[in-house]
Structures are given as structure tokens and as C-alpha cells.
Design a binder for this molecule. Structure first.
Ligand code: SF4
Ligand code: SF4
Ligand code: SF4
Length: 342
């Protein structure tokens, strides 16, 4: 196909959810609105390359070997267009699989299961870009917690944090359990515009997350932050007040969900009564457990802010009383008391 600009006009998205995964990120992305994945696939977003999506849940028109054909072609380096590899689920350590295997996707020519790891080894270096979707794929997530038998890990742990794709990019991490749908679609859209030659290189932080999505904490975007600042804390889950004392980790967690909501702006964990359990973070879940206990640092910070908050609330209450009264000159008496001086 003729190229109309410096970048590419068509891109395959090869999405493998055969990591240690619940497919929750694929399901989550169906709720995206900014942009919707169907709009991207249908070519309704101006300037994007034509997208061929291969995801077993979202593209169910083919099955079996027919479905695998494009993945096999890409592994042989024979795809006619560049591809973005999306991995969902954590990557098991196949060096410790005993006599079996942990997870697979189709079979090898000898009829034995082809492991996810073999697919990644073949596809990742050929991919224009490699994206880890969800916390399992980015950092290991739930399956990688202490005591797990698979030794599983995130994609960058497997490929190396200094890995570079054929397009010169490191692994792009979009964490969340599941991923916030628009966070993923916005990242994908950035990459597609970049592939088309219309965007600069995607800005990533040290944990390889898009900076504009993960640069702020939950606390900084939370509807309840005013209660925190006034030292007014919920003691159970039926309260509209700050939930730090009932297990919210928001002050130390990088996530934009309270600002963005979950689906089309609706929801957002602490905004709607759910404590933040740090599901986007590299240390999730171990470093946030036991869930629903007060975070260790919160005892100190909430004690400090409680004293300050009590004073501030009293002063604000007095000011609130004052500003709740109309000025004295608004009356119907036969005199002007506004202070007007002609
Ligand atoms: Fe499922 Fe969460 Fe893992 Fe995604 S990150 S595969 S939603 S457990
Ligand atoms: Fe911060 Fe959590 Fe309280 Fe919201 S509920 S203000 S995120 S501690
Ligand atoms: Fe996960 Fe906390 Fe963000 Fe909710 S607010 S999505 S629990 S990191």
C-alpha cells in the first residue's frame, strides 16, 4: 500500500492473553470510550493507521489454526505490515515448570504446546512496539505474589528493562487490575499515531508507564481529599469521608482512576466508596496486604492531620456561617445603606 506520510498506514495488533491471566483486561477495554476500540478498528479516528485487531475474545471470526495463522506469520517475519504485540497476564518461569509447562498458545510443529514464553521470544524482537496490559503483564500482579509456584513475572522482568522493540521502544506498561479501559486505548492511540509518524516518542516513567496517565496519585485526584485535609475520617465503609483509616492507600499510589472514572467517566474507586488497594503498582498485591487494614504510614499522617484538621474545621465553620449570611444593605426599607456615595 502506498505511504502517504513518513509512518505506516496499516498495523496489526497481535494480542495474546495466554499469560497467567483472567482476560479481565480484554473485557475492560470493551468499555473504553476515549476512543472506543470499535472506533479504532473501524477506522473512525482521524489520522490513525488502519488497524487489524487479533484478540481471541474481541476478534472471534476465526478459530484454531486459522486464528493462529497471523501470529505464526509474524513469528516467521512474514507479516506485510508492522505489528504491535500486546501481552495480557504474567509471564511464568518455564525454567521451573517440572515436566510440564505453565501456559501455552497453540502447538509447536511437533504437536507439543507452544508456551507463551516461546511466542514472546519470537515475536517481541520483531514487533514495532510491545505493550503489557494490566498489572499481571506489567509487574507480575496477583499471580506473582509470595508463595506462588510458577515464579511468574512482568513482561519487562522477562524481556529485560532495557529491551527495545523493532520500533526502538521499551516495553510500554499500562498497569491496573484490570487496566482502566481508556488508559489502555489512549496509550494504544498514542503508539498508533507515533507509528503513523504523527506523534513524538511516547513519554514513559521509570516503571515504563505513560507519564501523563500515572504521574499523579489517587489521593491527588480523589473526591474525598477535602475530608482528608480537614482530618475527617471514615470509620466504616458507609461514610462519604476519607477512607484512609479503613484501608485506602491512595496517597502513595500512582493512578488516575478517581479523576477519570471507570467507564465513560463514571466510578473511580475511592470516589464511590472503594478503598484504593494499589492495583496499578509494581508492589501489588503483597505490599498492600492485608487489604482493608489501615496502611502503616496512615496512622502517623492521619494523627498529625487530625489536630490541624480539627482547628481548620472550626475556623472554616465560623467563616462558613459568615458567608452564609447576606450583606445587611439588602433590605426594603426606605433608605439606602449600601455605602453608595454619588
Ligand atoms: Fe486479570 Fe487483573 Fe491480571 Fe488483568 S491484571 S489479567 S484483570 S488479574
Ligand atoms: Fe486519599 Fe483515599 Fe482519603 Fe481519597 S479516600 S482522600 S485517596 S486517603
Ligand atoms: Fe487500583 Fe487504586 Fe487505581 Fe482503584 S484507585 S484502580 S484500586 S490503583
Amino acid at each position: 500500500m502506498a505511504r502517504t506520510r513518513s509512518g505506516v498506514d496499516e498495523v496489526h495488533i497481535l494480542w495474546i492473553s495466554e499469560g497467567m491471566s483472567c482476560d479481565g483486561d480484554t473485557v475492560s477495554v470493551t468499555a473504553a470510550t476515549n476512543p472506543a476500540i470499535e472506533d479504532v478498528v473501524l477506522g473512525l479516528v482521524p489520522g490513525l493507521p488502519k488497524v487489524h485487531l487479533h484478540n481471541k475474545v474481541l476478534d472471534y471470526s476465526l478459530g484454531g489454526e486459522d486464528y493462529l495463522a497471523v501470529f505464526r506469520k509474524a513469528a516467521r517475519g512474514e507479516l506485510e505490515h508492522p505489528f504491535v504485540l500486546v501481552i495480557e497476564g504474567s509471564i511464568p518461569n518455564e525454567h521451573v515448570n517440572g515436566d510440564g509447562f505453565w501456559t501455552s498458545f497453540g502447538n509447536r510443529p511437533d504437536g507439543q504446546p507452544k508456551t507463551l514464553n516461546e511466542w514472546i521470544d519470537e515475536l517481541a524482537p520483531k514487533a514495532w512496539g510491545v505493550v503489557a496490559v494490566g498489572t499481571c503483564a506489567t509487574y507480575g500482579g496477583i499471580h506473582a505474589m509470595a508463595g506462588n509456584p510458577t515464579g511468574c513475572m512482568g513482561l519487562a522482568d522477562y524481556l529485560g528493562w532495557d529491551f527495545r522493540s523493532a520500533g526502538g521502544l521499551p516495553v510500554v506498561n499500562v498497569p491496573g487490575c484490570p487496566v482502566q479501559p481508556d488508559n489502555f486505548m489512549e496509550t494504544l492511540t498514542w503508539l498508533l499515531y507515533q507509528a503513523a509518524g504523527l506523534n513524538p516518542i511516547i513519554p514513559l516513567d521509570e516503571q515504563l508507564r505513560p507519564t501523563w496517565l500515572f504521574g499523579k496519585t489517587v489521593h491527588e485526584g480523589c473526591d474525598r481529599a477535602g475530608y482528608y485535609e480537614q482530618g475527617d475520617f471514615a470509620l466504616d465503609y458507609n461514610s462519604p469521608k476519607c477512607q484512609v483509616k479503613v484501608g485506602c492507600w491512595g496517597p502513595v499510589v500512582n493512578c488516575n482512576v478517581p479523576k477519570r472514572g471507570w467507564m465513560n467517566g463514571v466510578g473511580g474507586c475511592p470516589n464511590v466508596g472503594g478503598i484504593c488497594i494499589g492495583c496499578t503498582m509494581p508492589g501489588f498485591p503483597d505490599k498492600f496486604m492485608p487489604f482493608m487494614d489501615q496502611p502503616p504510614g496512615a496512622a502517623v499522617s492521619s494523627r498529625l492531620i487530625r489536630t490541624y484538621g480539627r482547628l481548620i474545621r472550626t475556623l472554616r465553620s465560623m467563616t462558613n456561617d459568615t458567608v452564609s449570611q447576606e450583606p445587611r444593605w439588602r433590605h426594603d426599607r426606605a433608605e439606602l445603606t449600601t455605602g453608595y456615595d454619588p
